[in-house]
Design a protein around this ligand. Sequence first.
Ligand code: ATP
Length: 207
Amino acid sequence: MLGGTFDPIHHGHLRTAVELYERLAVAEVRLIPCHQPPHRQQPLASSAQRLHMVSLAIAGEAGLQLDACELERDQASWSVHTLASLRARLGAQVPLMMAVGMDSFLSLPSWYQWRQLTHYAHLVVVTRPDYQALYSAELQTWLDQHQTQNADLLHRLPCGKVLLMQLQTPLAISATQIRKALAQGRSARYWLPDQVLAYIQQQGLYL
Ligand code: ATP
């Protein structure tokens, strides 16, 4: 799973999803837009608009799937609950991985029941150009207990490991910079798919 606000989805998310799919040889990468992100300000686009932008972005891409499970729950989107329900659907033995960018990983100790995430899934942390791997002592200790360099282990165990993954094409693209550019009347083209940009313009988003 790759969860996110996706306000809007961009090529940083999409290249990450494709690389995860190919390099980890997983059956699918599920993009899961969150309903009410607990750790940050509320999104500018509605849940339905963010869902639609993700579906436009991944249309026809084998391996990438949209999962609206968090939007169907009318409450805060806690990752630990999402993983628990995915685990319940998959059964105890199927390997499950949650991917996060380095910025999200650095904030992990502020997440609800964060230590339990690895009870349900592996964590795959992908690099982001603007974020250095400077861990707090708490996170470093936890990482030392869970980290593996061996991606095969993620297929042999159902959950419990943390893998750091260097992206082949790290992209310094963020949704914040896209919203800001659009609000200032600047071009956001090539940071995100044209179909998504056309939808943003048609809906009058981020002005
Ligand atoms: P914002 O700028 O609004 O905070 P964002 O661009 O970080 O948004 P999110 O939807 O918050 O996008 O991100 C969802 C997930 O994708 C997070 O785990 C985040 O770390 C990761 N991610 C976002 N952008 C990139 C990128 N350019 N490269 C790798 N991972 C990314």
